[in-house]
Unconditional design. Structure first.
Length: 220
């Protein structure tokens, strides 16, 4: 998904001649941390609510705060994850989208980014989740897929993150079914370190129940 597909046309843009009072009112009305500023549709930067509040008089214009503008934006043909990165880096609730001529095309709100991330990660799809921790050298997509598929399941989404304190790789799997106890057991047999998992507790409880019945029978 490209950034242009997530543009929200409802967020207003400021001009250099707009008053600080007007900018503060718009920030409050639209509940955003920043607003884009343009001059003849050229993107100049973002002005923050904090910078607006620091001004002694609200009668002045945005032009006098130009040195405080934050130049943060993404191009309209970039992947939307770059907008997520921009929002996180600059801690903004909107991300300006510009074209090759640096004209402001529109903005993306964090609400729309969150929805896009949910769709991208498969959060709306039904299925189980397994989270494992391992050395980078242990990570092999082919083997992970083989273990999952050998238990009649499919990996819908796979995500990896590196833990900064340990350097270990955290691998999150989103599977196409919720009955994942057998898959968890399979990973454990291959010495994978399962941190936690979410699935069908009923299926897991049945396995544990059958195990307890077997142990009771052997005790007899």
């Amino acid at each position: 998904m490209l950034t242009a597909e997530l543009i929200n046309d409802n967020i207003p843009r400021l001009q250099l001649q707009d008053s600080i009072a007007k900018a503060l009112q718009l920030v409050n009305d639209y509940r955003v941390s920043h607003l884009p500023v343009v001059s003849e549709n050229k993107f100049l930067g973002l002005i923050s609510e904090d910078d607006l509040l620091d001004v002694d008089s609200e009668k002045g214009t945005i032009e006098f705060l130009q040195e405080n503008f934050m130049v943060a934006s993404v191009k309209e043909n970039e992947h939307f994850l770059n907008a997520v990165k921009c929002s996180n880096k600059f801690e903004t609730t909107i991300v300006p989208v510009t074209n090759e001529e640096n004209e402001l095309v529109g903005v993306i709100t964090v609400t729309d980014l969150l929805k896009a991330l949910g769709d991208f990660s498969g959060a709306n799809e039904i299925g189980g989740i397994i989270v494992m921790e391992m050395e980078r050298s242990q990570f092999a997509i082919s083997e992970i897929s083989r273990i999952v598929e050998s238990n009649d399941s499919t990996v819908l989404h796979l995500n990896t993150t590196v833990q900064p304190d340990t350097g270990l790789l955290t691998v999150s799997l989103h599977l196409n079914k919720k009955e994942i106890a057998a898959i968890v057991s399979a990973f454990e047999r291959y010495d994978y370190d399962i941190i936690y998992y979410f699935g069908d507790e009923k299926f897991e409880n049945e396995i544990h129940s059958n195990y307890r019945h077997l142990m009771s029978y052997l005790d007899i």
